[in-house]
Design a protein. Structure first.
Length: 465
């Protein structure tokens, strides 16, 4: 078995920062302590001046996903390779149950998508589109397969949206099987009325995607999701939370002691209606995702939410569509623009620079938001999300002083634009290990597609405790 000693680095976990050495034996961390002798290892890596971080965990990605008459531009190979280069060693992607079919069929389809391609370990959530009474056992079947979380949509009527009865039934089943319900929380019926009116008035440009989805529609749905979870006696996790109004609902629930959790994404923290959509014409299509970009005044509230643990996770909702030939499907009608944006590669860079570098939170909180909390909440801890003896040797040698400019010209995602074009960041991944294997060296991917393994996640993860 290979023995790799990382020497002289600063080991950063969510709850500690220590100068120590870290010994990897095979796929697992054997020891973390000061003064491990070089003779203990076959390979010795000098990490002087570097931070050693647990590999990033992106709990919200959409690779090779059919949507809006096309499919997301990154598959499991290009998407996970870009993730690794950015310091992410685990993703949790979404399989989609087709209406009227068994969830197992979707699970098989998504395993096939990943087979021979995934460069890092991956778990799967299941998107529930249909839940007849027999489907409730389907959920238990998924939990046995390590699909310990389900996403339900309160938006996208006639496509993915399910009604409150379905949501409540899924929640009650999760009380029995220990899964976590993840909610896309926007009032889709109300939004649809506003959208139809906009179209009737000839408002077809990308900006109207954002203007037809008010923050009240998000806040109302967050409130309703939490209320249903309270009635069912289960935790709930709000995905891609975008606004202060919605955040207030989560904060109030948590203040009441309810197990309500939420993630936000770099786009909501760093991009805005004012900077990226207003007066930008068709360019605005690059930022058509759901929930939409919000007014800039929401950003400091989200940063504060991350600081104060009203928000627990930052994931990307990576769902790339090329500007040239995919976003173009909605040239004459914003409702036909495929919803989603790219970001799987840039999450750690952006959060480190704007979070730690700008004094929004500590390096330990950074690790918690991008790795430890998603590992706990989604049933992967302590195998993932921590640098400790016995955990998978998923780690990043992070250079906190490295300068990098984000650009589509140099990124590794298979998409022809960057949402963060020209953003300058300090701090970047130098080397990345996945289960003890060096897969990124000096910023270059050197791993093999297909080496990534499916992760069976535990039910009754951190959200239940
Ligand atoms: O616009 C988005 N977010 N696309 C991906 C699907 C979803 O709702 O997460
Ligand atoms: Zn969603
Ligand atoms: Zn998503």
């Amino acid at each position: 078995m290979s023995r790799v000693l990382i020497q002289n680095g600063t080991i950063v976990n969510a709850d500690s920062t220590v100068k120590a050495d870290l010994l990897i034996v095979g796929a697992v961390i054997k020891e973390v302590r000061a003064g491990i002798p070089a003779s203990a290892a076959g390979t010795v890596v000098d990490a002087s001046g570097l931070l050693v971080l647990p590999g990033g965990i992106d709990a919200h990605t959409h690779l090779d996903m059919p949507f809006g008459g096309t499919k997301s531009a990154d598959d499991f190979e290009t998407g996970t390779r870009a993730a690794a280069i950015g310091g992410t060693t685990t993703i949790v992607d979404f399989a989609i149950q087709a209406r009227g079919t068994k969830m197992r069929a979707a699970l098989d389809t998504w395993w096939k998508k990943a087979e021979g391609k995934a460069c890092i370990d991956y778990g799967l959530h299941m998107i529930v589109t249909d839940l007849p009474d027999a489907g409730l056992e389907d959920m238990d079947d998924m939990v046995r397969e390590g699909v310990a979380s389900f996403k339900l949509f309160m938006a996208y009527p006639n496509v993915l949206m399910v009604d409150d009865a379905t949501i409540f039934k899924a929640m009650r089943q999760s009380a029995k099987n220990g899964a976590l319900i993840c909610m896309h929380a926007e009032n889709g019926s109300v939004i649809d009325v506003i959208v139809q009116q906009a179209l009737a008035e000839g408002k077809t440009a990308p900006i109207y995607h954002a203007l037809t989805r008010p923050t009240a529609a998000e806040a109302e749905a967050v409130h309703r999701a939490i209320a249903m979870a309270e009635m069912a006696g289960v935790p709930v996790y709000i995905v891609h939370l975008s606004s202060e109004d919605a955040l207030n609902q989560v904060r109030e629930a948590r203040d009441r002691g309810l197990p309500a959790f939420a993630e936000t994404c770099p786009q909501y923290l760093l991009l805005s209606l004012e900077d990226n959509m207003i007066d930008k014409g068709w360019e605005g299509a690059k930022y058509v995702f759901t929930p939409p970009l919000r007014e800039k005044r929401n950003q400091p509230k989200l940063w504060q939410g991350l600081r104060k643990d009203h928000l627990q996770v930052v994931s990307t909702d990576h769902c790339p569509f090329c500007f040239e030939d995919q976003k173009a499907l909605g040239k004459d009608d914003f409702t036909k623009i495929p919803n989603g944006g790219p970001g799987i590669e840039n999450r750690l860079q952006l959060l480190h620079h704007h979070g730690v570098g700008q004094g929004n939170f500590s390096i330990n909180r950074f690790v918690e938001l991008v790795s430890t909390a998603p590992a706990r909440i989604f049933g992967m801890y302590p195998r993932k999300g921590v640098l400790a003896a016995g955990s998978d040797a998923d780690l990043v040698l992070w250079d906190p002083g490295a300068d990098h400019t984000i650009s589509a010209a140099t990124h590794h995602m298979r998409v022809d634009y960057s949402m963060f074009e020209g953003f300058k960041v300090k701090g970047n991944a130098r080397d990345v290990y996945s289960r003890g294997e060096l897969i990124v060296s000096g910023g270059e991917f050197i791993g093999k597609p297909g080496r990534g393994e499916y992760l069976r996640r535990e039910a009754r993860g951190g959200a239940w405790k």
